[in-house]
Write a protein that binds this ligand. Sequence first.
Ligand SMILES: Nc1ncnc2c1ncn2[C@@H]1O[C@H](COP(=O)(O)OP(=O)(O)OP(=O)(O)O)[C@@H](O)[C@H]1O
Ligand SMILES: [Mg+2]
Length: 315
Amino acid sequence: MVNPSIEAVDLTKCYNSFCALSDLSLRLEGAKCVGFLGPNGAGKTTALKILTGLIRPTKGKALINGIDVQEDKKAALSTCGALIETPEIYPALSVKEALMMVAEIRGVPSAARKDAVMKAISEVKMEEWIDMKCGKLSKGMRQRVNLAAALISDPMIMLLDEPSSGLDPRGMAEVREIVKGLKKKDRLIFMSSHLLSEVTEICDEVAILDHGRLLAYDTLERLTSALSVGNARECEASFSRDLSSDALKEIGSTEGVLGLKLVEPRRLILSFEGGNEAQERILAKIAGLGVGLIAFKSSSSALEETYLRLVKDSR
Ligand SMILES: Nc1ncnc2c1ncn2[C@@H]1O[C@H](COP(=O)(O)OP(=O)(O)OP(=O)(O)O)[C@@H](O)[C@H]1O
Ligand SMILES: [Mg+2]
């Protein structure tokens, strides 16, 4: 099986003298989820549109699995599903009918269409709504239909432009769960977002763009720790049970811990100094306390701090 890859080589898009994207070179490879961050107007949608052949670059190349999108769009995108500026779904069609139509347009052979549609519907957990008219669906549900449309033909690469934008908190959480589920199938996902908490929760790596230029591309861990050398680092610990005040005291007394913030009874934000060594020690200590530790990761506020610093420095 081919290792999925997305590559931009000196990708540039100019509108007259204004360049929305300048010399973007970025190679994403392997099954993972990469967050694409940047302020409004940074050029994220422009890059995603070029990568999916919706617009042509002024200069440079876009490659999907090594195939040049501009040279052979059909072959390059045959393993790629995208959610970028999706058109309104026909309101009079049911979810199943709408997706059958998408499958037909995409060239799925008629004998395989129903199966492809049902698989996509199951990935977005919409089995119960297949006969509902699209016009009657909530915005969140419609976005799930759009995701299902991107999933027809079971792509190994997904390009998503702000998949949860405009949705209420529940809709956002649902889309987030679906995107997390997409990772289980060893896909390469490249997703733009303004929600740093969403990116922290789902993504393994992050690319940051501003004024059409790439400011950083690295793993979430390295990005959030690189800027905190000598400074405090923040991590978030989640527990299956409420934390007792005794446990909190124990954690607080661990060498290197600078502060604790219990944001919810089962969610603790720790700031500490001492880099990876300290992180290893603190994690071992909490795990050893037997207080139901279920997750330990960089906190979204650590990403926010890194992001704001990088974007501010590029102004
Ligand atoms: N067709 C066009 N003609 C002229 N300028 C354009 C065109 N399309 C985009 N732009 C400009 O290119 C820049 C990058 O836009 P783009 O939509 O890629 O940003 P973005 O990072 O996706 O922003 P957002 O987070 O708001 O979605 C913006 O300044 C935008 O106004
Ligand atoms: Mg955009």
